[in-house]
Design a protein around this ligand. Sequence first.
Ligand SMILES: Nc1ncnc2c1ncn2[C@@H]1O[C@H](COP(=O)(O)OP(=O)(O)OP(=O)(O)O)[C@@H](O)[C@H]1O
Ligand SMILES: [Mg+2]
Length: 288
Amino acid sequence: MNISNDVPSAIIRAAVMEHADAQPVLRLNGISKSFGENHVLRDVSLTVHKGETVCLLGPSGCGKSTLLRCVNWLEVPDAGTVHVSSQRMGVREGSSIKMSDAELARSRARIGMVFQHFALWPHLTVLQNVMEAPLHVLGRPREEVREEARRLLERVGLAGKMDAFPSRLSGGQKQRVGIARALAMKPDILLFDEPTSALDPMLVGEVLNVMRSLAQEGATMVIVTHEMEFARQVASRVVFMDAGEVIESAPPERFFSAPQTPRARQFLARFRSPREALGDWSGAPMPA
Ligand SMILES: Nc1ncnc2c1ncn2[C@@H]1O[C@H](COP(=O)(O)OP(=O)(O)OP(=O)(O)O)[C@@H](O)[C@H]1O
Ligand SMILES: [Mg+2]
C-alpha cells in the first residue's frame, strides 16, 4: 500500500503550529540507564506536547526501546525523572519512595503501548481482547466498555472481525487490534515500538494508515520506526538518537533535508534510494 502522497503537508504544518503552546504530556529529564558496563541511555531529556507525533529514529542498539520502556517503568532508569501528564512515574512525587505495584499500574494505565509483537490473548475474541483492560484494570461497566470497543474496532477497520480469534487474523489485523486495545484505556500518550517491523511488507500500509489518522485526530504519540517516509509525512517532530543520546530534534522537513550532524547524515544515507539521495523526497519520478 502506498502512503506517499495522501497527506497534505499543510495539515501536518497546521498541527505543528497548534503544538507550540500545547501542554507537555511526557517529560523525560536526564534519563540514564546502564546494563552492567553498557551505558545504554546517557542523560536523555525529551518533552512531548499534547497532540504531537514524535518519531524516534536511530540505529539498532542505540537505546530507543529502552527509552520507551523507561517511560512506563518496565525498565527503571538509573537517573532522571519521567512525568506523564505532570505526574511522576515510578516514584512518589516529592519523595524517593518507590510506587507500590498498584500505584504503578494506575500510572501505566495512562500510557498506551503498541509493540512489534502483538501479544493478544489467544483464547479471547478480538472484541474481548479490546475489552479486557478497561473491564479488569479500570473496573468499568461491561456494556459501556463493549460499546466503546466496538467503536474502536470500527475505527481501525475491523468491524467485521470482532468475534474472530487472533489466530484467524493477518499480522496487520492483529496489530490494528493492538492499537484498538491501547486506545481502549484512553491513554494520555501512545508509545509505539516498531509496530510494523514484524509485518509482511504488504500489510505495513494498513497499520501506518491507522497511525496516521490518529496523528491527524490529535493523539499524542511517540513512535519508534524505521519507516522513513511515514516519519517524514506524519511526524510533527523527529528525534534522532545515537549511542544512547538524543543527537537531533527537528521538524521532519528539516531533519530529512538538512540533518545537522554527521551521525544523522550517515544514518539517513542508509535508507536513501538513489532518487532520495538526490534530495528529492516528493515521490515524483526520477528524471531520466
Ligand atoms: N534487559 C537488558 N539487559 C541487558 N542489556 C540490554 C537489555 N535491554 C537492552 N539491552 C541492551 O541495550 C542496548 C540498547 O538496546 P535497545 O533495545 O534499547 O536498542 P534499540 O535502539 O531499540 O535497537 P533496535 O533498533 O535494534 O530495536 C543494546 O546494546 C542492548 O543489547
Ligand atoms: Mg528496539
